[in-house]
Design a protein around this ligand. Sequence first.
Ligand code: ADP
Ligand code: MG
Length: 183
Amino acid sequence: DDATPRPVTVRLATPEATAAFGARLGARLRAGDLLVLAGDLGAGKTTLTRGLAEGLGVRGPVTSPTFVIARVHPTLRGGPPLVHVDAYRIGSLAELDDLDLDASTEEAVTVVEWGRGLVEELAGERLEVDLVRPHGTLPGSGASADEGTSEVPVEAREVTLRGIGGRWAGVLTGLAEPDRSTS
Ligand code: ADP
Ligand code: MG
């Protein structure tokens, strides 16, 4: 199925907003889902993944799998485990099969950092997640006023989700509502 829903872009004013958005997305995921995270160093990929883990019900800390390539995080509540992959150093995601992970991608939610250009061989259906620091975010530059806080972000992130395949329209519908911005 080549159905591709409209991309969803959400502004994330703080690290907490990044994690909270990840948690909201994570709560909608299921076994077999594949997410590909892109963004420069410091863009918020690990922060978002921590949120995803929380939304999935992972217990324990989620740290960057840079030196181990991949980590499996079991979940409470019997949900799918989170497989967190750092693909920076591998040439092909087929190498994942050689890692002897405790969970297959069919039974896990798989999140791949630095996977662009690699996952395409592996899966047609995937959620591409791009994190950027938009330029020119300055105090008073028109950031939407969040009720309950007078703080204006001096630095923020923007996340864009592109669902490839029929799986994603339902996942993305309404996901942006709580943080909807005017941009
Ligand atoms: P990456 O894994 O992409 O290298 P991290 O998740 O480690 O990036 O985040 C880098 C830094 O950016 C952290 O200090 C984190 O708290 C901060 N950060 C994450 N999201 C936001 C945000 N929405 N606004 C401001 N800072 C953020
Ligand atoms: Mg990271």
